[in-house]
Ligand binder design. Structure first.
Ligand code: HAM
Length: 423
């Protein structure tokens, strides 16, 4: 059997790649407008970074990492997410020496060995933002507002930001105690995974998708019940800022993110229309992460969104029904000499930024005109041996069918003018 792409990966082909480019361009525009700068980190990192950063008890670290030994016997992992890498780069490059906060964004592939299904891939793409060095609730609101602003620019509707506060290590210890007390008598009813989580990471039990576990934990204490005054004030301020900015949010006390580094604000954005994998964006504050990887104590907050899921939402909501912009012109040269002259004319036009192509298969006039129409070209520049001898070419308007003869030495001027008028 012919070699196929690995399960859970995709070939992004012409025809849909334009949607990716449009999405990425919109992302870059929003980031620029909000004052965020791009960072690119390696696609693989020392495995320990994710073990310590994302957390040993998380599904990502326990089950989903692409980990391998390199030829020097070092354990490496294809990045399953971007936050730990950005924090590592922040420490390694001493970005804390710059005026704070440092506001960064990234767009690129991530890798998780998950069971592939609609909206869930093994290589997927995230757009993420990380702000380091600011602990004010204002930053939480700005970051969530950036997500909202992007969705507005894309024209997505019906989105809801689910918000929670998972507290700080201080109030989380109280919550852990209360939760374990609540669950102690019900432990036997929990699924195997949750029984394991009971000691190591009981908070995650609240996030279990098993309906039985959900029923058992129905009345369990949430982190919002045990927030300390500092975390509580922080959360209230975030909510009031978001309300003022017109962001549609819902407080969801059962929202628990699947990564261990979160403190205080945690959030996800859902779009039900795209199916079971409805979370298009997730994020939150991580005030202890930089210290965890041996950097200076630095508060942080950010999010990442799955671009495949954003594109699915755009498709479901019919945002891609518009026709692609047309190719401007096709050069049709017939015969060897005309081809040489045509090639040099096309090069001169391209050097002036005019989009033009020519037939690369040596086809007949009829076939080339058909191809020009298929490409949606507005004009054809036709150059045969006879025209070449007379120093002219034919400029055909492919929409109206009108055709005029133009001297070859006026070609650049006339075609440039037509192009400018169209732009
Ligand atoms: P996450 O919730 O693991 O968070 O992933 C963020 C988003 O990436 C998800 O909401 C989803 O849209 C997308 N995603 C995750 N896994 C897959 C997959 N297998 N296939 C397709 N899309 C997927 C993080 O990664 C954190 N680093 C976010 C963050 C940044 N928190 C603070 N800063």
């Amino acid at each position: 059997m012919a070699i196929q792409r690995p399960k859970g990966t995709q070939d992004l082909l012409p025809g849909t790649i334009e949607q990716w480019q449009y999405l990425e361009e919109t992302i870059r525009n929003v980031c620029r407008d909000f004052g965020y700068e791009e960072i690119r980190t390696p696609m693989f990192e020392a495995t320990e970074l994710f073990q310590r950063g994302v957390g040993q008890t998380t599904d990502i670290v326990k089950k989903e990492m692409y980990t391998f030994l390199d030829k020097g016997d070092r354990s490496m992992t294809l990045r399953p997410e971007g936050t730990a890498s950005v924090c590592r780069a922040y420490v390694e490059n001493k970005l804390y020496g710059q005026p704070l906060p440092v506001k960064l964004y990234y767009v690129g592939p991530m890798f998780r060995y998950e069971r592939p299904q609609s909206g869930r891939f093994r290589q997927f793409h995230q757009f993420g933002v990380e702000v380091l060095g600011a602990d004010q609730p204002l930053v939480d609101a700005e970051v969530i507002n950036l997500v909202w602003n992007l969705y507005q620019r894309l024209g997505l509707v019906g989105l809801e930001v689910h918000l929670n506060s998972v507290g700080c290590p201080k109030c989380r210890a109280t919550h852990r105690e209360q939760l374990q007390k609540f669950l102690a008598t019900r432990k036997a009813e929990l699924c195997n995974d949750c029984q394991e989580r009971f000691e190591r990471n009981p908070l995650r039990i609240l996030d279990c998708k098993n309906p039985h576990c959900q029923a058992v934990t129905g009345g369990a204490p949430t982190t919002l019940d045990t927030l300390c005054p500092d975390c509580s004030t922080h959360f209230e301020k975030v909510l009031s800022l978001l309300a003022g900015a017109g962001v549609a949010y819902r407080v969801n006390p059962r929202l628990v993110r699947g990564l261990d580094y979160y403190t205080k604000t945690a959030f996800e954005v859902m779009v039900e229309e795209i199916g079971a994998q409805s979370a298009i964006c997730g994020g939150g504050r991580y005030d202890g992460l930089v210290e965890e990887i041996e950097g200076p104590a630095t508060p942080g907050i950010g999010f990442a969104m799955g671009l495949e899921r954003v594109l699915a939402a755009l498709q479901v909501q019919g945002k891609f029904n518009k026709k692609q912009p047309k190719q401007f012109a096709m050069l049709i040269a017939l015969g060897d000499k005309a081809q040489n002259r045509g090639f040099s004319l096309m090069s001169a036009l391209r050097a002036r930024g005019i989009p033009i192509s020519m037939d690369l298969l040596g086809r007949s006039l009829k076939a080339q005109l058909k191809a020009a129409n298929r490409e949606g070209a507005e004009f054809a520049l036709i150059l045969g041996e006879e025209e070449l001898e007379r120093g002219v070419f034919l400029l055909r308007d492919l929409t109206s069918g009108d055709q005029v003869e133009i001297p070859l030495d006026k070609a650049i001027e006339v075609v440039s003018m037509k192009h400018q008028r169209g732009v």
